[in-house]
Every structure is written in structure tokens, then in C-alpha cells.
Ligand binder design. Structure first.
Ligand code: 13P
Length: 248
């Protein structure tokens, strides 16, 4: 059985005062019925971990460098994230692929680095609007998934997040049939490559997940949870999404 996962990506949002939202989430969900992960900016990871304490909410990074250490000014290694208290790291988010020119090979190396540091890698894939319009969605997802996921990926080391680029921050989402088509495709690709272990790898949907559409998305085939951007910034909205997943 795959444990459902509600993951929040705060992106480049949040300073110390934003941790009040995390505290409110903890008060509202002291024992969540699904796994809950918050990925704040790196500057807040230590303080977020201190705020969570022994409560069962996990804290993750939003990116890591592929190298263990060295002359990479401004970058953060997977081991540094783990040292700060993180248990997960997002790799290959479309904003990093676009803003920092990250290729599938780089994302795969980052996911490998994450595994080496004992972190769960949340590997993001997703087609652009133009790619969907031209009918290339499954081809793009297949290529990104294969290129970005390390050999030997397991349910314990790896989570896949399907995030259509055109749905991120836009208020637009694919139809539930379109989400099911891609998630079923990802599942069959994982089974083909990793055998039985492919059933253990969770597949999240991301892109304009809100309290109002969460229940429908969570009832969709092979959707094991969500990677949430904007709606993860407030305890009220993210808590409602956690509730929807608990009840899914
Ligand atoms: P939004 O939920 O704001 O669309 O962002 C999704 C996302 O990119 C999460 O990683």
C-alpha cells in the first residue's frame, strides 16, 4: 500500500514569520492520516524542523546540487539539507529546469545525490502547454521520467510529481481524465523499468491544486497525493487539502 503524501512547495516565499502557518498546520493536524511534507526555502529548513519537533510532519528542500561538496557558490548539497533536518528534496521542478537550464541528466544526478544523503527525491516532470497542444504529452513525460529517475529507484527513495507546466500557478488544471492518462502512463513506465518496486513509488499531481479541486484529483487513478505551491502557503488552504487526502 502506498502511503498518501500531501507536499507543499513554498518556492521563494517565506521568512521567519511565515512559520506561524506551519505552527497552525501542526495544531490543526497533530496526527495527520497521510504523510505531510513542507518544503520551505532553504533558509527556513532548520527553524521549520525545530518548529515541527517530534510531530509527524516532514521538512524538505526544493533543490540540491549533484556534487557532495566543493566550489559551487550559492549551492546546497543533499547532505547539507539532511544535516539541517530535511528528509526529502524536490529535484527537477519545471521552474529550475527553466530558470537554471537543468537537464534530465542533471536532475537524475541530483536525485542520486539525494539518495546518497538518505533523502527522498521528489522528481518533477511535466509538459509545456505547447507540448500538450501538439499531442506530445506522453512522449515528453516518458523521456523526462526515464532521463530524470536514477536506476534502482525504490518507493523509499523516490516520489514522482507530475506537474504540467501550464497548470502551475495558472488556476488551470487538466481534466481528471487527462490526469489519469498521465498517471497511469507513469505507473506503467515505472512497472516496466523497476518491476514490482514500481508499484511502491508514489505519483503526486501538482499544478493549481486547491481545496476546491483536491478531492476530485485525489479520487483519480494512480494519484497518490499532491505537490502544492500557492495553496501550501496558508495553513487554512493546505490543511483543507490534507483533509481531502485523508478522506480520499
Ligand atoms: P501551484 O500549486 O501554485 O500551481 O504550484 C504548483 C507547483 O509548482 C508545486 O511544485
Amino acid at each position: 500500500m502506498r502511503r498518501k503524501l500531501a507536499a507543499g512547495n513554498w518556492k521563494m516565499n517565506g521568512t521567519g514569520d511565515t512559520l506561524a502557518e506551519l505552527a497552525a498546520l501542526l495544531r490543526a493536524h497533530p496526527e495527520p492520516g497521510c504523510e505531510v511534507l513542507i518544503c520551505p526555502p532553504a533558509t527556513l529548513i532548520s527553524r521549520a524542523c525545530a518548529a515541527v519537533g517530534a510531530a509527524p510532519i516532514r521538512i524538505g528542500g526544493q533543490d540540491c546540487h549533484m556534487a557532495e561538496a566543493g566550489a559551487h557558490t550559492g549551492d546546497i548539497s543533499a547532505r547539507m539539507l539532511a544535516d539541517a533536518g530535511a528528509s526529502h528534496v524536490i529535484v527537477g521542478h519545471s521552474e529550475r529546469r527553466a530558470d537554471h537550464g537543468e537537464s534530465d541528466a542533471m536532475v537524475r544526478a541530483k536525485a542520486q545525490a539525494a539518495r546518497g544523503a538518505g533523502l527522498v527525491a521528489v522528481i518533477c516532470v511535466g509538459e509545456s502547454g505547447a507540448e500538450r497542444d501538439s499531442g506530445a504529452t506522453l512522449e515528453v513525460i516518458g523521456r523526462q521520467l526515464f532521463g530524470s529517475t536514477p536506476d534502482g529507484a525504490t518507493g523509499n527513495s523516490t516520489v514522482i510529481a507530475y506537474e504540467p507546466v501550464w497548470a502551475i500557478g495558472s488556476g488551470r488544471t487538466p481534466t481528471l481524465a487527462q490526469i489519469a492518462e498521465v498517471h497511469d502512463f507513469i505507473r506503467s513506465e515505472l512497472l516496466g523499468r523497476f518491476g514490482a518496486e514500481g508499484t511502491q513509488i508514489r505519483i503526486l499531481y501538482g499544478g493549481s491544486v486547491k481545496p476546491v479541486n483536491a478531492a476530485g484529483i485525489f479520487a483519480t487513478s494512480n494519484v497518490d497525493g499532491a505537490l502544492v505551491g500557492g495553496a501550501s502557503l496558508t495553513a487554512a488552504d493546505f490543511g483543507a487539502i490534507v483533509n481531502a487526502l485523508e478522506n480520499a
